[in-house]
Design a protein. Sequence first.
Length: 335
Amino acid sequence: MTSSRNLALHATLPERYARFDLLASTIDHRGRLLVLLVDPAQDGSSGLPWRRQGPWSPPTPRFDATAVICDSDDVHEIPLHGLDQWFSAIDAFGEGVIVGAARIPRPDYGRTYEQSIPANDVILPRNVRAFDSTGNPVGAFYAGDGIEQLLTDSSGRIWISYFDEATYQLLGPDGTWSCSYMPGLARWDDPGSDPWFAFDDTGDKLDWCDCYALNVGQSLVHACPYSEFPLVEIDACGVRSITPNPVTRCHGLAVSGSTFAFLEHHRRGEAIVWQIRRARRQGAEITEIGRETLLLPGGRPPTHWARGRIGRDGNLWIHEEGNPRQWYRYEIECG
């Protein structure tokens, strides 16, 4: 039997930022709303004409942006100057922010991706960049093409999931670069560290075609990669367990102990339905125990797809497609 549940309104970007274009939006590990804003009039025009060149093309000219951190009524602005990529992801990094460009140009050297490329022929864009609380750069690194989500945890580790078109250039021991496809999930301990990839621990046990659902908690990270959607549990040292999961097509995840809430969204006739499929893990098995249809505050059915889908322990934050200025919260109720 499916019950209904109203989501809580969690955060709304203040109205004074309504005229700004929004490039990125998230909820950080402290529950704060973070956004990356651009003044559309900064170049003297009424819009951002270079945006039509596509996400792979660098902005011309470079542009300035403002990272805004909203903690209830406390609002902090961080100016970011001279940005040269379309940063579409943002999260907290210490007292500052970290931003990521999901799509970057893939190298074209007149070779197939299967061929190795001499190291001197490769210049990789640093498409993830960290800034302090005043906007000064404090680190940058290459994170590959095809970023799905960028999340930081309370220890400052950086977690990046990828969708199915993703590629990552790897430097081999012979000094040449080769291309890795569908890297799935990676972690950086800081902007200057080498990445850890989940596929290093899982090998051929599962595919990482697309990391559909990701939950970055205080001490554990959980992920459900496509196409089998197993529940992968990870700590700071690597993969702890892989549990077969009967709940497929999950797009978001909340976790509280052995209780899980998997988000899926689908069409039912002309309507769009957000649904939570609750499950419990006992030993090496996950069993579905109930379903909830999610409604917006006041009982309004959603009219757009669920986006954002930021999972952090027992909380899952969602916004409606087209409105990343307003976020809603689902929290697991155990018992």
